[in-house]
Design a protein around this ligand. Structure first.
Ligand SMILES: [Zn+2]
Ligand SMILES: [Zn+2]
Length: 378
């Protein structure tokens, strides 16, 4: 005896038909060639099929239980093998997958097309307020010569004479216990059920051709780097004139000369002289909304920030806009001429700042205490 069909299915010799069926279903799902194309696994798949073929059939099971191998005499599994041998119970396999006996027909030549993606550069202001843009897309479209049919004009697809349009061919193997019917996709029509004798010269029978077209895309306000806009049905048309996939437009925001975007807020730095920081000033700034004046209050410190509320990017979801935040950097004058130096010395004297001690503070408290703790081994 070559194979222990019970151990192949992982069931005991006293397993019920129900247990055998369950074990087979579980293994078939796991080892089906469509799921697991590894050759070793396929060999296992054939084994479990053979085991199930025997153990699910009361007559064959009896022969097997009495010490015979019902398959080796059928000329199927024990012989040359091939497709028919391992796939004797096709309906049971389909049953395992779909829970019902299969009713296979020819497969359709028409399939859904692939999704496509295109990157689109936008300016910061376009991202902030939204815009419409024309984009050039190069995708597969339905072949107009054959309207997606794939057949040359004046000709048409014809029913396959090998399978008579069924898309599969059946073979009956006679065994001493009865007939075993096996099916496989028709080799002449690849399972389509039809053949195209004269393919369309334009698309070589694919039903689609590549074409460049212009699309107008609406960019909503608030998009950011990496935002994807889905254009349903604008992707590749499928083979055989199948429905088109979707086109995704991925936003790439171009850097701005002045503003740096963080979320929906914009940041920039303004450098002002020490005197202006002390006396106050107004700095003109070209915002996304036009020219505005940044009000630098008297006594502004270096590192202070001045927010312009609602001058940032529009929130993509919800209402309102982010802020524009101006960071102030105060410049200390260098290269003083004698008069300027004299003026500053006078100012220092008037303010009692001739010998400033400086004010020391426990700056960066957190970091400092962490360092201290590290030294103390805590
Ligand atoms: Zn055929
Ligand atoms: Zn064509």
């Amino acid at each position: 005896m070559a194979t222990d069909y019970y151990s192949v299915l992982g069931v005991g010799r006293d397993a019920s038909q129900d247990q055998i069926k369950k074990a087979f279903r579980r293994l078939a799902r796991e080892l089906h060639p469509d799921v697991n194309p590894d050759p070793k696994t396929q060999e296992r798949f054939k084994e479990i099929n053979a085991a199930y073929e025997v153990l699910s059939d009361p007559q064959k099971k009896q022969v097997y239980d009495l010490g015979g191998d019902p398959l080796s005499q059928s000329g199927g599994a024990g012989g040359a093998g091939g497709f028919g041998a391992g796939f004797g119970n096709f309906s049971d396999i389909m049953d395992a997958f779909f829970g019902t006996a299969s009713q296979r027909g020819p497969r359709s030549r028409t399939r859904r097309g692939q999704d496509a993606m295109i990157r689109l550069d936008v300016e910061l202001s376009e991202a902030a307020f939204g815009t419409t843009k024309d984009i050039q897309v190069d995708t597969a479209v339905v072949c107009t010569t054959c309207s997606g049919e794939g057949a040359a004009p004046g000709t048409s697809a014809q029913t396959c004479d090998m399978c008579r349009g069924r898309g599969e061919v059946s073979q009956v193997t006679r065994s001493f216990l009865g007939q075993v019917m096996t099916s496989r996709p028709c080799p002449q029509c690849q399972g389509f059920g039809t053949v195209v004798p004269t393919p369309c010269p334009e698309c070589a029978g694919d039903g689609r051709v590549r074409s460049r077209r212009t699309l107008t895309v609406k960019i909503p306000a608030g998009v950011d780097n990496g935002t994807r806009i889905q254009l349903a049905g604008e992707g590749e048309v499928g083979p055989g004139g199948g429905p088109a996939g979707d086109l995704y437009v991925e936003i790439h925001e171009l850097p701005h000369a002045v503003f740096q975007r963080r979320g929906d807020d914009l940041h920039c730095t303004v450098t002002i002289p020490m005197t202006a920081a002390s006396l106050g000033t107004k700095c003109p700034l070209e915002t996304l909304d036009g020219m505005e004046e940044v009000d630098v209050r008297p006594g502004t410190q270096s590192g202070q920030s001045i927010p312009l509320h609602g001058r940032g990017v529009t929130h993509l979801r919800g209402n309102g806009r982010g802020d524009l935040i101006v960071h102030v950097e105060v410049q200390t004058p260098t290269k003083l001429d004698p008069e300027q130096e004299e003026l500053l010395r006078r100012l220092a004297k008037l303010r009692g700042e001739e010998r400033p001690q400086g004010q020391f503070q426990p700056g960066q408290q957190g970091l400092f205490s962490r360092l201290k703790d590290a030294f103390n081994g805590r």
